[in-house]
Design a protein around this ligand. Sequence first.
Ligand code: ADP
Length: 478
Amino acid sequence: MRVLHAAAEVFPLVKTGGLADVVAALPLALAEQGADIRLLLPGLPAVMDGVQGAKTVIDIGSCFGAMRVRLLLARMPRTKLPVYVVDAPYLYRREGSPYQTVAGQEWGDNLQRFALLGWVAAHLAAGDADPRWLPDVVHAHDWHAAMACAYMAEHAASPAATVFTVHNLAFQGLFPMHDWALLGMGSHLMSPAGLEFHGQLSFMKAGLKFADRITTVSPTYAREIATTEFGCGLDGVIRDRGAAVSGVINGIDTEIWNPASDSAIANRFDAERLAGKAECRRALQTELGLVREDSALLLTVISRLTAQKGLDLLLAALPDLVTQGVQFAVQGTGEPALEAAFRMAQQAHPGKVHMHLGYDEARAHRLVAGADVIAVPSRFEPCGLTQMYGLRYGTLPVVRRTGGLADTVADGSTGFLFDEATPAALRRAVERALLARRDPAAWTALQRRAMAQELSWKEPAQQYLRLYAEARGATGPA
Ligand code: ADP
C-alpha cells in the first residue's frame, strides 16, 4: 500500500509540538510493516537545508501568488524515507515558525501557504505531479494539510482515499471569507455544508467534511471532540461523520526515548537496574541547583506554556506542595504571563523550584530520566507525549483524566490521575504520589509496571493500516 503523509512539520527538521514527532515516527513504523510511504512537506528553510539528495520532480511554475514553485523529491536525514518538498521560496523561505513570524504574528498569507500544500498533495494523488508514484491513500495531518481532502473531493481525478488526523482541534486554520477566490475552489462550497465556519473559511472543516476517514490521536479525545465542551464549535460536524471518526493512540519513538541506551542522560538504566535512575536524579538536582534530598518528590514538567496545559493549576498548588517536600523542575516556553509566574516561583523557592525557559531536547531527556514524577495537568490533551516518556523512564505521570492522558495512564497502577481542573484536585494527586513514594518497594513496583507498558508505534501503525484499507473500501474498488 502506498501512503502519502502530508504535514507542516516533522522531527528533527521542524517541530512546534507533538505533531512533528508523529510525522517522523508513524511513517517509519508503517514502512517497517511493509507499506510504501512518502512524506510531503512545505519547503521551509530547515526542510530545504535538512533533506538529502533533493531532485526536481516537476516545475509547477507560478501558483498561489508564488512565482517559482517546484516539487522536489529527497530523503529524510535519519530515516531515509522519501520526502516530497514543495519548494516555493516566496511562500516558505522565511525565518520564524511554520505558522507565525518571529514576533508571534500569524503569517498574513497562511491561506496560500497551506492551500498550496494540500493542492500539491491532490496533484500527487491524481498522478499529474509525479506519475511514477501514485498513492493509494493521502494521510493529511491537522488543518495545515487538510485542504488536500477538499481538493481531492472537488476534482475527483484520483482514486486515492483520504485520511485526516486531528492532532489538536483548537488550531483550525480560519481565514477571511473574502479570500475564497485564492483557493481555486467552486463557490458551492462557500456555505456551512462546505468550508464556511461562522462567516469564516475553515481549513479544519476541509478535513472533517471531505476525508474518507477521520482520526484523532486517542480514543478518549475522539469521543470528547464530538461534545460541545471539547468540540471547539465543530462537534456537530464531527457527530455528523459518525463511525468515520475514530481514535488511534500515538506511540513514541522507543529508540530515542530509551533509558537503557540514552546517551543524553547521566546513567543508563532499565526496569531491573533502577540504581542508574537514582544517579540521574542526583545529577539533575546538582545541575539545577536543587537541594540534594532523597526524600523530596522531584516533579518535572516539559511543555508549551499555554492555558491548554493547565499549568496555572500547578502554579496555584506549588507553594503548598513545596512545603510538603515537592521539588519542581519545569522546562517550557509560551505565554509571557506563565513564563513570568514560573520565574517568580523559582525566586520565591530557591533550591526547590527550577525553571528553564527554552526548548532543549537533550535537557528534556535529563529531566525525564532524573525526576520522580512528570505532571501533565492539561485542560484537554489530544494525546500527550511527555507522560509516555515518563512511563518509559519510570517517572510516574500525574495527569488529568482527559484525552490521551486517560488512555495511557492507569490510576494507582502506572501513575496518578485527577478529574477536576482545580489546583486542589491536582494537589491531592501529587500528595498521593508523595505518600506512595514513602514505600520504596511499592514505588518500584509502580515504576516497573509503568516501564513495562507497550508504547511503541507497532500496534498504532497496524491500526492505521487497517484504517487505510477501510478508507480505500469507502472510495470504491481500489
Ligand atoms: P503538544 O503537541 O500539545 O505541544 P505533546 O505532549 O503532544 O504536546 O508534545 C510535545 C512535544 O514537545 C514533546 O515531544 C515534548 O517533549 C516536546 N517539548 C515541549 N516543550 C519542550 C521544551 N521546552 N523543550 C524540549 N521539548 C519540549
